[in-house]
Design a binder for this molecule. Sequence first.
Ligand SMILES: Cc1cc2nc3c(=O)[nH]c(=O)nc-3n(C[C@H](O)[C@H](O)[C@H](O)COP(=O)(O)O)c2cc1C
Ligand code: SF4
Ligand code: SF4
Ligand code: SF4
Ligand code: FES
Length: 633
Amino acid sequence: MAQPKLAEQPNSMKIKSIEELNAFRQEILSLQDPARPTVIVCHGTGCLANGSPKVSEALRKTIAKAGFQAKVMPGIKTTGCHGFCSRGPLVIVKPYGLFYQRVKAGDAEEIVNTTLLKGEPVERLLYKDPKTKEPIALEKEIPFYKFQQRVVLRNIGKVDPMDIRDTIAAGGYQALARAMTSLTPDEVISQVEKSGLRGRGGAGFPTGRKWRSAVAAIKKKGGPVYVVCNGDEGDPGAFMDRTIMEGDPHAVLEGMIIGAYALGCHQGYIYVRAEYPIAIKHLIIAMDQARSLGLLGQNILGTGFDFDIQINRGAGAFVCGESTALFTSLEGRAGEPRPKYVRSVEEGLWGKPTVLNNVESWANVPVIIEKGADWYAGIGVPTSTGTKVFSLVGKVNNVGLVEVPMGIPLVKIIEEIGGGVPGGKPFKAVQTGGPSGGCIPYTLKDVAVDFDSLTKAGSMMGSGGMIVMDRRDCVVDVACYFLKFLEEESCGKCLPCRLGVTRMREMLDTFSKGQGSKQDLEDLMSLAQAIQDGSLCALGGSAPNPVLTTVKYFREEYLAHIEQQRCPAGVCKDLITYQIDPEKCTGCMLCARNCPQKCIQGEKKKPHRIETEKCIRCGICLDNCKFEAVQVS
Ligand SMILES: Cc1cc2nc3c(=O)[nH]c(=O)nc-3n(C[C@H](O)[C@H](O)[C@H](O)COP(=O)(O)O)c2cc1C
Ligand code: SF4
Ligand code: SF4
Ligand code: SF4
Ligand code: FES
């Protein structure tokens, strides 16, 4: 027998009431046996790149060959990203909840024979705690997952994003049915207002207030009104929105349909980053399936309400995520920001009232309606309610995507969920908020991760990037990296950003070469202020943030570069030399074998030596030496 059979979905079937939706859901659930083993294979972007299709194929073949009785034939489900991509490809075996990491096609036989046939775990595929070195069998016991609270990511990793029936079985579209059958549009907006939801795209503007202003704008100016989903996600290293669109596209659609109902909108747009082909594919499939069931398009749920969505690929520029640039790009012109004399809710797309929200913001809406505004407002802190998804990267053991309640102490994310810095040392700083954010030093490790506390600390929530740095990361270098990114992404329309960001980056370059003066540092601060005050859009307006916070918290490190021509982290190439400590060197020769310049001399089992004049300071010897004999000075 093949996979467990799900309810048929005839092409002509349209769900015309909440009762019909519930009946369809019950039918799907009645065909699923929760006790029957299901092997979940992650098919998120990270695991796909690491070969998960080969794993699912091998499991499928091995299960087919294993001679199970038809009644207990295990099912295979492919899902979106589970967040722990650095351990992928991931396989989870339900109902036990066993978590296997770095699985290869060749492991299929052992998983089938040991787990599916005997009910025992395959020890060597289990996650091992980096601190205790103990294996942890169950997904829910792994610290990376244990301390998370999954609200937005509730279905991701559980449902097959390409099968709407799986989403409906998990409770998808219940909120839509509830909103359209038992709440007035005004009541829906009140729920969103009461929930305290603030936009997850960066600025943290209250979503309910935005919707309410749009209603006022429509009254004043007349329709039509548009709803738009911002899926441009341009921050380097961020993949929250991609994961949501790929892994639970229906949550985004459902949120948008609820928003459209509340606002009386008939046309929506999703602006997706062009480099996200899987997100685009899954959204298109999800929309087709929702339309065929009467959940999108004409006469939604038999209520007479019409609303449809179109997908547009982003133009490939970071600035196109900015609201006015996004509208211009959607209208088919070059995506350049325009002055915001009039708010987008009044004059957005084609000059009409428009509500633009981020992917994660839209995905929060169904759960607010389903579980109620009070439930939602009870998570997090009063001024930042609910949860936030972060991409946790950098010098941390557990790299991945995590969802936590707002207000959680920063250290809890880094140490408990992230497993701390490799080597067990404390982290040096955390860069939050992407290129527009700032660095939070270890001394502020207990800062609450919410919109206002992060801003107070000089950084920001942004869209949820979190880069952990250790003592080998140089703050001048980090600030320079972000400014370089923004310099390249500036649209060039206004002078403070076009010239100012370049000048700031040049000044940082100078510092990293051991040049510049204390006065230059002061001038850098004045320039930062001028750029903040004079830029047309928030790209320029927030560009100085990485510099401002690093100077605020790590002034000594800047001064070491300027006054002592020294890079304490050992990163800035012009300021460092590599040496080998003869006391520590065992003469293993690993460094010499890997040095691209062949400038490390020495005999086997004897201390080695670097010919400094030939060294290009690539750091390969430092990374290779297991005895901490290579030193940077
Ligand atoms: C340069 C720049 C890039 C931005 N990129 C994005 C983006 O990729 N995704 C996003 O949702 N918001 C982005 N924003 C914020 C949007 O302009 C807008 O505030 C947001 O989409 C509104 O949705 P929200 O209220 O749900 O956060 C960007 C802002 C700026 C200034
Ligand atoms: S601040 Fe920068 S990105 Fe924004 S409009 Fe001006 S030049 Fe363009
Ligand atoms: S890798 Fe380290 S221990 Fe080995 S030869 Fe080089 S410096 Fe010495
Ligand atoms: S830093 Fe690079 S070039 Fe210099 S000695 Fe080490 S490996 Fe060779
Ligand atoms: S893609 Fe599989 S865990 Fe992220």
